[in-house]
Design a protein around this ligand. Structure first.
Ligand SMILES: *Cc1c(COP(=O)(O)O)cnc(C)c1O
Length: 294
């Protein structure tokens, strides 16, 4: 299976124009940045492999995408979590439910594992060098579109978790002849120091590092913020696009707080993750729907 280039739309939000790279529409089941990161494992031959093994949270987008990859390849999928909420276990939904339906074998705290020739071990969140392969293709699609539309200076924005997508994207542009796009991102999972450390782990050369933007206020991953819910609702209302509820609300808040970025043509990358909204949205609705806090 090969991907076709994902579409790019021209939209406005809060009276500011931007382009949107719809990586959420890459494929019905295998989309977003996890599909880009795992594309290498879909496209290449692995004659010895019969199982994918990974670990992380029980709600993770990476977990779901790996379950799809395993299914497409006819491989098993073993996934370890260090904790699973009783509520989720009793009421499976979102990424967790879909991954189980794809045959995921879940363990809780399985302890140490040993590398085995038939097992493909994947880092949490798909933070690994093979991700560069699929993200390079994303970069090529953007450069092609930029040329076709004769866009001189281009800013790109995408929110980060591990920072793998943003870093390999910026790296792919370094070799491009000027005007080369500038990649901006923000730290959603840890703080800016954590994200910078992730960049260094993937690439020593700082010219490959995206520019990190942030808000004054501290932000905790997975926590509910009325500002996040508000901007997510407003995005949907004004653009008609459903964004993810974990990364995109902070991404948009950060982007709007730095108007200098959007003063040039700006491409926001929709990195998928909408299935994860099945767990976030009811939490937001319980907390804020009909309340004066919005
Ligand atoms: C995983 C994910 C991210 C973060 O990607 P990194 O490459 O880890 O920085 C951002 N948005 C969505 C929707 C994701 O699923």
């Amino acid at each position: 299976m090969t991907f076709n280039a994902s579409p790019i739309e021209s939209l406005t939000f809060e009276n500011k124009h931007f382009f949107l790279k719809r990586d959420d529409l890459l494929h019905p089941d295998f989309s977003g940045n996890k599909a880009r990161k795992f594309y290498y494992f879909l496209q290449n031959d692995f004659p010895e492999i019969d199982t994918i093994r990974s670990y992380g949270s029980a709600q993770s987008n990476a977990m779901y995408s790996l379950s799809v990859l395993a299914k497409m390849r006819g491989w098993g999928f073993e996934y370890d979590v260090n904790h699973i909420a009783d509520y989720l276990k009793e009421n499976p939904h979102g990424n967790y439910k879909a991954a189980l339906e794809n045959g995921m074998q879940l363990t809780v705290d399985r302890g140490t594992i040993t590398p085995t020739t038939n097992v493909l071990d994947i880092e949490e969140g798909g933070r690994q060098k093979e991700a560069e392969y699929g993200i390079k293709i994303l970069a090529d699609e953007i450069i092609e579109w930029q040329k076709e539309n004769n866009i001189k200076e281009l800013n790109i924005f995408l929110p980060s978790g591990t920072g793998t997508t943003a870093l390999f994207l910026q790296k792919a542009f370094v070799g491009v002849r000027a005007p080369r796009p500038t990649v901006y991102t923000c730290a959603c999972v840890g703080d800016d120091v954590y994200l910078k450390k992730q960049f260094f782990e993937l690439a020593e050369d700082e010219s490959y590092h995206p520019k990190i933007l942030s808000l004054e206020k501290k932000h905790h991953f997975g926590k509910l913020y009325s500002e996040n819910y508000k901007i997510w609702l407003k995005l949907q209302e004004e653009t008609g696009v459903v964004f993810d509820l974990l990364y995109d609300p902070l991404g948009w808040r950060v982007l709007l707080a730095h108007p200098e970025v959007m003063s040039k043509p700006t491409l926001y990358i929709h990195q998928g993750g909408v299935l994860g909204n099945e767990s976030m949205l009811p939490r937001y609705e319980r907390k804020y729907k009909g309340s004066g806090d919005l």
